[in-house]
Design a protein around this ligand. Sequence first.
Ligand code: HEC
Length: 146
Amino acid sequence: MSMNRLLSLHLTCLVIVSVFLLLAVAGHRLLAQEAAGADAEGLVLNGDAAAGKAVYRKHCVSCHGERGDGRGPEAEQLYPPPRNYQDPGVMAKLTDEFIYTIIKDGGGAVGKSAQMESWSEILSDREIRDVGAFIRTFAKTSEQDE
Ligand code: HEC
């Protein structure tokens, strides 16, 4: 076998091994992401629902309702009305990324009603994540409590 041929064989092996390594790393990251409950888009709210409750009571109840059913005192003036967070089917369709973005940047940023305002100047990133996590608890607690 010539030196050149040996070298090219060597290189081919190296390429094959690299591709396998890359696939293994990519696969591992994908699995890790799934384990962390990540959305396809990747953002995970990862908030503290207990802390989010105070934020919700202060800023969100007027429209979204004390119990998260979308029937706050101001809800009649809203079209389309906010969704019912007690419904697990409704919540399953909302990704963490969507919840985060609509709270931070408002309905207009995600093609929804601008009556849902942007909260980025009032709430910190942490508060947005916390209140987002809290919203998810309505579907869970309403199943357990009632
Ligand atoms: C002035 C009324 C109002 C207030 C206050 C308000 N929202 Fe909304 N929000 C809406 C409306 C209306 C929609 C529905 C927009 C649409 O579907 O086009 C909405 C939509 C949302 C959605 C998307 C899912 C859904 O319900 O349709 C999230 C998440 C949300 N709001 C979170 C919050 C949080 C958290 C707060 C408090 C920080 C808050 N909102 C305060 C009116 C409000």
